[in-house]
Design a protein around this ligand. Structure first.
Ligand SMILES: C[S@@+](CC[C@H](N)C(=O)[O-])C[C@H]1O[C@@H](n2cnc3c(N)ncnc32)[C@H](O)[C@@H]1O
Length: 206
């Protein structure tokens, strides 16, 4: 059950520099604040879903985390991230896969992070599939941080339709398996000086 968007992402990452992506952040302050608030040990198993060539992996390595995985549908994105990290790329596990086809072991991760990948799944079966993957992947007591456009945000991202989430709508998708801990709105300033309204929520696996 793939999303059918792989060629879109491969073309995008082949043709643009990071300053040309609307979602670019020089440093992922909001995500790091959430992840650090969990007080996980430095060897916690952390996965960034749709990590692309974002700087989250760099920031986690800088903070001393030793078990970081980045999954993305685009091989070109992962290649860019590896190039940027240089020798440090060997410290990260890289997975090129559509998240809806990911088959993690049960409880394989202590923490799952996703900034602006899940919101591209607009069809109910794919949303259900994602929920099934994340509930399987995160160990009981583990954490899940999800960032999507909020109801005040754009209706498209990278030219593709997305689904916006309120706190209630996001929580409802994952409620059978995850307890919501806290949410925070974030106004992301794009490299083009426009603002995109995000909602981030953190959850704990029951
Ligand atoms: C808007 S970008 C966000 C990138 C990164 N998370 C960040 O915050 O900078 C969306 C990312 O999700 C990836 N992506 C989109 N659909 C995906 C899917 N079904 N499975 C895995 N990755 C996906 C894209 O390749 C892209 O890197």
């Amino acid at each position: 059950m793939d999303t059918g968007n792989k060629s879109h992402w491969e073309n995008l990452y082949t043709g643009k520099t990071e300053q040309e992506y609307s979602w670019f952040q020089p440093y992922p302050h909001g995500s790091i604040a959430f992840l650090e608030s969990f007080c996980l040990p430095k060897d916690a198993r952390i996965i960034d879903i749709g990590g692309g060539d974002s700087r989250l992996a760099d920031a986690l390595l800088d903070l001393g985390y030793t078990d970081v995985t980045v999954l993305d549908i685009s091989a070109a994105a992962i290649e860019k991230a590896k190039q940027r990290l240089g020798d440090r790329a060997e410290k990260v596990k890289w997975i090129v896969r559509d998240v809806s086809e990911f088959e993690p072991e049960a409880g394989q991760y202590d923490c799952w992070h996703d900034r602006a990948a899940f919101h591209f799944l607009t069809a109910e079966p794919l949303i259900g599939r994602y929920a099934d993957v994340v509930q399987r992947a995160v160990r009981p007591g583990g954490y899940f941080v999800l960032g999507t456009f909020s109801p005040d945000g754009p209706k498209k991202c990278s030219g593709l339709d997305i689904r916006q989430y309120s706190r209630a709508a996001m929580s409802a998708v994952f409620a059978p398996w995850f307890r919501r801990i806290k949410c925070r709105e974030e106004a992301h300033l794009t490299p083009f000086q426009t603002t995109q309204h995000f909602l981030f929520c953190a959850f704990q696996r029951r």
